[in-house]
Design a protein around this ligand. Structure first.
Ligand SMILES: *Cc1c(COP(=O)(O)O)cnc(C)c1O
Length: 488
């Protein structure tokens, strides 16, 4: 197995090269030339712990890493940084199984991959004889930024620059990033949205002139966004681990199928699930859940992807995205490089493309409006006392729509992507409209009382921490900013 481009199958890279590069030189993404099959029986897999399972999956994708190297990465990534031994507990509440992916340092599922990516990079650089300083450029809709900063802060041989939408993240998300310590960190608010940041970052990656200048200075760009295959692969692990727990908890028998509903933005999380299915995990169906920015819902309904539409700032900001980068990998998987390249060109020039209804029965779209999102938080709380965050609520509301439409009774896993504490204000408003007038940080204490879950250590008292980053940049000046910052 090796890696090829989504727009050109003659592009070829080893796993470690693909991780270092982040993106192909033609703007395409790296994909495995063939999705590997899991090589252990299910019965054995469901008895493993998270770290053991991680090794079984990662070894198939990072096939130029030695066993010792992979185990070093895994042991250092999935340790007591997570506040539970299970790393990603599966809990049954109401009529669904919630896969809690928010027990890492930054309280969102981005920790699952970004805890391990810096270790991959360090080893990949060594393997390829790279002595340059690696510059991690990251566009964030709120959660990737902090998780990447946490992972790369003070990692020798790296610098990290994060761009976030100044007016498009929650108060906690913003403070998590702007109070980040570490000599090698740089955090910039942009006057624009996530798509603006991601497009600028992608164009910097493919700018050959700039790359040359940086090379002379001893820098090499890489990406911590889910366009990097090193982000995607670790995410496959928790789909298997969800299955293992569902079996262990007696929710399903071994070999039975599960469904997953995934709150989706850049399509990275759900794509990892799709890869898990292709590897042999028994999955019946994926529901791709969107908020009001429902470009993916429309795509799965009509086969037309059209980003020419209003952009909404919602209560689930990490999903406020109109260009879902990883859909490209899915398209390549089902339709091949030639078509993918045409569609991506059309997306760039016209902002839309028509796949003429390529049908895929394994994934369908649903979406939740702002009201439906709030209602889902309230409903789950009233029924069970369990408090879910706004993104998880989009998934839950979408699941209900899917279930009503199809009558599918397969056990459903709701991929729970963030702690409610990250979005305290909106969560508390959903529970009681009166909370609109209250301060976001005061409400944390209230949330602690009503949920019985303590305020996570990593954000306790965050409102009093010193802001260390306050740079603001126009969306059209991102490249200039990076050039100046690195080249002076
Ligand atoms: C990033 C994120 C998502 C969307 O995940 P994608 O991989 O971009 O589809 C959903 N919820 C939360 C909380 C996130 O941080």
């Amino acid at each position: 197995m090796h890696y090829i481009g989504t727009r050109d199958e003659s592009i070829s890279a080893t796993a470690s090269q693909a991780i270092l590069k982040g993106i192909c030189s033609d703007g395409g993404l790296f994909v495995p030339n063939e999705i590997p099959k899991i090589d252990k029986p299910l019965q054995e897999l469901v008895e493993m712990d998270y770290q053991g399972l991680a090794y079984e999956i990662l070894k198939l994708y990072l096939n130029d890493f030695t066993e010792e190297e992979l185990k070093y990465c895994i042991v250092n990534a999935y340790d007591t940084k997570f506040d539970t031994k299970k790393i990603v507990p599966l809990v049954k509440k109401a009529d669904a199984l919630f896969l809690e992916l928010f027990h890492g340092k930054t309280l969102a599922f981005k920790d699952m991959a970004l805890s391990i990516l810096p270790y991959f990079m360090k080893i990949a650089a060594k393997k390829n004889g790279i002595e340059k300083e690696i510059v991690i450029l990251t566009a964030t809709s709120g959660d990737t930024g902090k998780a990447a900063l946490e992972g790369f802060a003070d990692v020798e041989g790296t610098k990290i620059i994060v761009f976030f939408p100044e007016d498009g993240v929650s108060p906690v998300q913003k403070l998590q990033m702007t109070t980040q310590e570490g000599k090698n960190t740089c955090v910039v608010g942009i006057k624009g949205n996530f798509d603006d940041a991601q497009s600028a970052v992608k164009s910097i990656f493919t700018d050959k002139d700039l790359a040359k200048k940086l090379e002379e200075k001893g820098y090499l760009f890489s990406s911590a966004n889910s366009i990097n295959i090193g982000r995607l692969v670790p995410q496959i692990v928790y789909y298997f681990y969800a299955y293992a727990q569902a079996v262990q908890q007696g929710e399903i028998g071994i070999g039975d199928k599960l469904n997953f509903t995934v709150p989706t933005g850049n399509f990275g999380d759900i794509l990892a699930g799709y890869y898990a299915k292709c590897m042999g995990l028994p999955v019946n169906h994926f529901v791709c859940a969107s908020n009001d920015n429902k470009v993916l819902y429309d795509f799965f309904e009509t086969g037309v992807y059209n980003k020419n539409r209003p952009f909404y700032v919602t209560v689930s900001p990490s999903m406020d995205i109109l260009i879902s980068s990883n859909l490209e990998r899915f398209l390549c998987q089902i339709a091949g490089q030639q078509k993918t390249k045409q569609w991506m060109q059309a997306l760039q020039t016209k902002g839309s493309y028509d796949t003429e209804k390529i049908k895929n029965a394994e994934i369908s779209g649903e979406y939740a409006t702002e009201k439906e999102t709030f209602d889902a938080i309230k409903k789950v709380y009233d029924q069970t006392g369990y408090v879910i965050d706004t993104h998880t609520a989009v998934a839950y509301a979408s699941y209900e729509k899917y279930k009503n439409k199809t009558g599918d009774t397969t056990a459903m896993v709701i991929v729970s992507t963030a702690s409610p504490y990250k979005f305290t204000k909106d969560v508390m408003i959903a529970l009681d409209k009166k909370n609109e007038k209250e301060d976001a940080f005061a409400l944390m204490k209230e949330l602690e009382k009503i949920s019985g879950v303590s305020i996570p250590e990593s954000i306790r008292g965050i409102e009093t921490r010193k802001v260390l980053h306050n740079t603001i940049c126009e969306k059209d000046n991102i490249k200039d900013f990076v050039t100046k910052y690195l080249l002076g």
